[in-house]
Design a protein around this ligand. Structure first.
Ligand SMILES: NC(=O)c1ccc[n+]([C@@H]2O[C@H](COP(=O)([O-])OP(=O)(O)OC[C@H]3O[C@@H](n4cnc5c(N)ncnc54)[C@H](O)[C@@H]3O)[C@@H](O)[C@H]2O)c1
Length: 331
């Protein structure tokens, strides 16, 4: 049975992926400094090592304790696009150096499989919608650029050390499971913010611009359920177990269709029975009208299709977590 290291496995996507890995029969070690993560989010059957990728000694201690790690899913990262526009080196330097620190210990330890949780923020000016994996890479922020740096790091570790890797690029992770969910501080994602209005924690939701060239004038985005994301990571790492598997180095993951901000709000109104008051604010700089990823290649090569294609089903799963955990993990 393989042992997978999940960096950032106490965070939103990493903790749910850990639970899915365990359900699929893998052994898991979670490594997280709890900068954003929550110890309570880590599945009880996973080993937990608290440590920081910025500290090579922590990584060496992790591998000394778990010398049989044979694959890595790398989620640990600074993740905020907006913050990266204010503190670029926190992203361009730290996200890159942390990944390099990890590889520097993992390669001599014999790790040969690596999945990077990358981002569709690599495609700031797509020429085609839906966005194909071979779209021109124009990162939209230092955050997106830092993921591209790591993708290049992996490319050279493949060329030089034979590391097998896949980068999964996606937009808006969303939805929850009944027991593990999204608890970020600050919260920047639309669905949890809408649900904070339904919980009475915010008065109203500001919609940034309603005059975009989309059917209802609000931005359209690709929302992909966190369990679907987890399943794509698991499929990719399983396929990498066979060195002869023909697999690309990067895939886009998407829901198959986009949803507008108004569609998201309407869904939240249906599921929560709350009126969710809104106000229209000015457009935000750099927000494209329409962003949707094409998952065709992931479908063909990984055999992956999203199960949560219905917005109400996504919203229901998010509401189930948020209304039973109104303060997140701080109950
Ligand atoms: N949430 C999304 O919509 C989305 C979309 C595309 C890609 N991603 C990527 O998926 C990954 C997970 O995103 P998330 O929303 O779960 O974020 P998150 O902040 O909830 O999880 C990241 C985890 O990494 C940990 N961490 C951060 N720096 C660390 C370090 N130096 N050492 C050890 N642990 C560290 C944090 O404590 C946290 O638990 C990120 O790499 C993000 O870039 C997320």
């Amino acid at each position: 049975m393989s042992k997978i290291l999940v960096t950032g496995g106490a965070g939103y996507i990493g903790s749910i992926t850990t639970a899915e890995l365990i359900a699929a029969g893998h052994r898991v070690v979670v490594f997280d400094n709890l900068y954003q993560g929550h110890r309570e989010a880590v599945h009880p059957d996973a080993a937990f090592v608290q440590g920081d990728l910025a500290r090579p000694d922590d990584i060496r201690a992790l591998f000394a304790q778990h010398p049989d790690i044979d694959g890595i899913m790398h989620f640990a990262s600074y993740t905020l696009v907006g913050e990266s526009m204010q503190q670029p080196l926190k992203y361009l330097r730290d996200n890159l150096v942390n990944a390099a620190n990890l590889l520097e210990v993992a390669i001599p330890a014999g790790v040969r499989r690596f999945i990077l949780s990358s981002t569709a923020n690599l495609f700031d000016k797509p020429e085609r919608i839906p966005i194909e994996p071979d779209e021109h890479i124009i990162p939209g922020s230092p955050y997106g650029e830092s993921k591209f740096f790591i993708e290049r790091l992996l490319h050279w570790h493949k060329e030089i050390y034979g590391l097998r890797y896949v980068c999964l690029r996606y937009f808006n992770a969303c939805g929850d499971t009944p027991t593990i969910g999204e608890d970020h501080s600050p919260e920047t994602h639309l669905i949890p913010i809408v649900l904070q209005v339904a919980l009475g924690q915010r008065e109203r939701l500001t919609i940034f611009g309603d005059d975009y060239p989309t059917p209802d004038g609000t931005c359209v985005r690709d929302y992909i359920h966190v369990v679907d994301i987890a399943q794509a990571h698991i499929r990719a790492i399983n396929l990498l177990a066979d060195p002869l598997t023909k697999i690309q180095s990067h895939y886009n993951l998407g829901n198959g269709r986009g949803f507008s901000i108004l569609e998201v709000i309407d869904s939240a109104r249906r599921i929560t029975h709350h009126p969710i008051p809104t106000e229209i604010g000015p457009r935000r700089a750099g927000d494209p009208a329409l962003l949707i990823a094409s998952s065709e290649a992931a479908n063909q090569d990984l055999g992956w299709t999203p199960h949560f294609t219905d917005l109400d089903a996504i919203m229901r799963s998010a509401w189930e977590w948020h209304h039973t955990h109104p303060k997140g993990y701080l109950q």
